[in-house]
Design a binder for this molecule. Structure first.
Ligand code: TYD
Length: 208
């Protein structure tokens, strides 16, 4: 059986990831491809419990790294790998790049520790395609404020949001074959069209 493909969406708060996850899954299913939607932190019952713990408390950055990694290890082993092995496509709202950016670049956890944790909990199940939705710092904050539910990750200052944006762009620059940066200020349908073109060119061309 052909392995499914693994696609992740990344970006700052208010970038429109969940909308795009849903729109992509719709198109994949319309193309006859079995698709599951998932998210991080979360993705499994244990992962959802860890999500509630981490988002409520204010743990040390290294504690956060290890809790997110524990949730991810379960997510990869129990949801993502089995689905891919069955030929199902997996679309995840956030994955390892969020850890590299939030705990690594912004939290100051060493890249050596982050790489070691990835090697033990994720490898070799890295995404086939990562879509980074790029929006200016102020725009993301405006959108999350309008939504009314600020998490502690949302409530940081403009400098923090700008560093976050740069960190995602740096990942895309370092791994262009995996990553695609899309202007998140475009209309949702236009973004979805960009994503679909990339899926056709990068993933479907070889799979069919
Ligand atoms: P969530 O409410 O899902 O926010 P969003 O809608 O922006 O995705 O909260 C997830 C928060 O957790 C988000 O601000 C980023 C953070 N996070 C990390 O710090 N590290 C990680 O590995 C992951 C997956 C998320």
């Amino acid at each position: 059986m052909t392995r499914g493909k693994f696609i992740t969406f990344e970006g700052g708060e208010g970038a429109g990831k969940s909308t795009q996850v849903a729109l992509l899954a719709e198109r994949l299913r319309a193309a006859g491809l079995a698709t599951v939607i998932t998210r991080e932190p979360g993705g499994t019952p244990l992962g959802e419990s860890i999500r509630a713990l981490v988002l409520d408390a204010e743990p040390e950055h290294v504690t956060e790294l290890l809790l997110f990694a524990a949730a991810r290890a379960e997510h990869v082993a129990k949801v993502i790998r089995p689905a891919l092995a069955h030929g199902t496509w997996v679309v995840s709202d956030r994955f390892v790049d969020s850890t590299r950016v939030y705990q690594g670049v912004l939290g100051g956890v060493s890249s050596a520790l982050i790489a070691a944790v990835e090697a033990g909990s994720v490898a070799p199940t890295f995404p086939d395609l990562t879509v980074i939705l790029d929006i200016p710092a102020g725009e993301g904050q405006r959108r999350t404020e309008a939504r009314g539910a600020l998490s502690r990750f949302d409530a940081a200052d403009a400098d923090y949001h700008e560093r976050l944006r740069q960190a995602f762009r740096d990942i895309a620059r370092a791994e262009p074959q995996r990553c695609l940066v899309i202007d998140g200020t475009l209309k949702p349908d236009a973004i979805a069209d960009h994503v679909w073109r990339a899926v056709e060119q990068r993933l479907l061309a070889g799979a069919r």
